[in-house]
Design a protein around this ligand. Structure first.
Ligand SMILES: Cc1cc2nc3c(=O)[nH]c(=O)nc-3n(C[C@H](O)[C@H](O)[C@H](O)COP(=O)(O)OP(=O)(O)OC[C@H]3O[C@@H](n4cnc5c(N)ncnc54)[C@H](O)[C@@H]3O)c2cc1C
Length: 493
């Protein structure tokens, strides 16, 4: 390890891997060290079984288009924004495949229909209005709509079979399933082979202290207990659930009052070949009213470890750990401070519906979970499904915001821009490239000000300085969208 690093990156999940690779691509001379607490790369939230693998692009997530406005229209701006951010992810992965940083795209991405469905007269009318609003934009112009049970039978037979006669509407657009863990691993391997880069597995970063050259980090080997120190000019904290304790350890006033609230996820999983062979889509449903931001339930076909599976969820469960692999039950209590207790309590009081929802979720029996599944797949049989733990999201609570819980992905930064961190969860993995870009703009702006930095960024993200949302950029969008689909193999079968 050199005396003073240019960059210390903490964590090996999709966000750290993306930030680190983007930095090294923009400035190949950077001396960069990536430190991971676990003995395996990307085994927390980014690992394929710990998340749903959805390439969030606004196609099927009703939480991005939650309700009609007064004139009866459904505002779709948030869905458009997420779609555009996901386009940047595809552009980035495309360039990395071309360069050989990433291997065969089939190892980490494949096309899959993204659908959503609602039932009942009101639900169907809402979904139709949402579809009408969405297809007006060039991002969603090919999205299909149906209220015809025969068409639904051909799109998603498990969803319609055995369903009582009731109005049902469904939309379908082509999206992706992504193995974010695989992506992160491949990027970390590439980094470890670059001049000036190092990768330390099984080393936990403890204290982070401001020193004259930048930041001093205390590292502890989780196997031998050996400790080391390293100094870096700048730090990126992409430690997922481990980010909050690290920010607290900096002692910086800008992070005072931050609190975290962990919510563990669970899936119902089915491997029965006669079912996995009949469902090849991601089907999202209505978002729970008391917890809209936790997202809707969805019935997904997945390819985990090479074999097809069906996955339904997520269900929420109670935990005090911030990390699934290397966390400890004491994570939540140890994060409590005099300066964040009030914010945490206020969040509980302001979000009583959410608290009740979480308690009810945690107390569910297998049969109750099956009932939730039968809203998507009426003929589901309990013996075909088993409960599996998913990842943990640590939702962010800020002292200044009167009890608001942040469900999105939050980028925070020290005032002097020498340290950046990501807190929160969804849609984090899908939009990791946009997040990394924002972090480079904020915290490494000097790299992008240089001609070489700009040129390298433009190679990674050909449209990074343009707005694909604009009608006048429709043709440009079509061109770059096709180019990434060709390289990543995303043309629908
Ligand atoms: C149930 C569930 C479903 C989801 N579904 C989707 C989805 O469908 N699509 C989507 O885009 N997103 C989804 N997400 C969100 C997505 O998984 C996360 O946003 C993303 O994986 C976060 O990546 P990360 O790199 O920030 O964190 P992580 O992948 O958690 O990586 C953090 C790493 O930091 C390491 N670390 C922690 N503390 C330290 C320390 N002190 N020192 C060194 N290393 C440390 C950890 O061991 C870990 O490897 C889902 C999340 C959950 C929980």
């Amino acid at each position: 390890m050199p005396q003073t690093l240019d960059v210390l990156v903490i964590g090996s999940g999709i966000l750290s891997a993306t930030v680190a690779v983007m930095l090294k691509q923009v400035d190949p001379t950077l001396q960069l060290q990536l430190v991971e607490a676990a003995t395996e790369l990307a085994c927390e939230a980014s690992d394929s079984v710990n998340n749903a693998g959805t390439g969030h692009a606004g196609l099927c997530e009703l939480s991005y288009t939650p309700q009609r406005s007064a004139d009866g229209r459904v505002p779709v701006e948030r869905a458009i924004q997420i779609f555009e951010q996901f386009e940047y992810s595809k552009q980035f992965w495309c360039e990395l495949v071309v360069q050989g940083v990433l291997g065969d795209p089939r190892e980490f991405v494949h096309p899959v229909p993204h659908m959503c469905f609602l039932t009942g007269q009101d639900g169907v009318s809402f979904l139709r209005a949402r579809h009408e609003a969405m297809i007006e934009h060039h991002f969603f112009s090919s999205m299909q709509w149906t209220a015809d049970p025969i068409t639904i039978q051909s799109w998603a037979p498990l969803v319609i079979e055995g369903r009582a006669e009731e109005p049902i509407g469904m939309t379908r657009g082509w999206g992706t399933e992504i193995n974010y863990g695989q992506l992160a691993k491949q990027m970390c391997h590439w980094l470890s082979q670059q001049d000036g880069c190092g990768l330390m597995l099984g080393w936990r970063v403890g204290r982070l202290r401001r020193v004259s050259q930048g930041w001093e980090a205390e590292l502890r080997c989780i196997v031998s207990g050996e400790t080391r120190r390293c100094v870096a000019q700048r730090v990126f904290v992409g430690a997922g659930g481990g980010s909050l304790p690290l920010l607290q350890a900096t002692g910086l006033p800008e992070f005072r009052g931050l609190a975290g609230f962990p919510i563990a996820g669970q899936w119902l999983v089915c491997d029965a070949p006669d079912l996995t062979s009949r469902h090849h889509t991601k089907v999202y449903g209505a978002t729970p009213i008391s917890a809209p931001s936790l997202g809707a339930g969805h019935l997904d076909s997945r390819r985990l470890n090479g074999s097809p599976q069906l996955m339904f969820g997520p269900f929420a469960s109670w935990t005090t750990r911030f990390l699934k692999q290397t966390g400890h039950w004491s994570d939540l209590p140890r994060s409590l401070r005099l300066n964040n207790l009030a914010a945490l309590l206020r969040a509980g009081i302001h979000n009583r519906d959410l608290v009740s929802y979480l308690i009810a979720q945690a107390l569910q029996s297998h049969e109750q979970r099956m009932q939730a599944l039968r809203e998507f797949y009426p003929r589901a049989q309990a013996e075909n499904w088993r409960l599996v733990d998913a990842g943990i999201r640590v939702q962010t609570i800020k002292r200044t915001d009167g009890g608001t819980i942040y469900f999105g992905t939050e980028v925070v930064s020290s005032h002097d821009r020498s340290l950046a961190a990501v807190l929160g969860a969804s849609p984090g993995a899908s939009v990791a490239v946009s997040i990394a870009q924002e972090i480079l703009r904020r915290n490494w702006s000097y790299l992008l000000a240089a001609t070489a930095g700009q040129r390298n960024m433009k190679r990674l993200l050909p449209t990074y300085d343009q707005d694909l949302k604009l009608v006048q950029n429709r043709d440009l969008f079509t061109r770059v969208n096709r180019a990434s689909a060709d390289v990543l193999g995303l043309t629908p079968p």
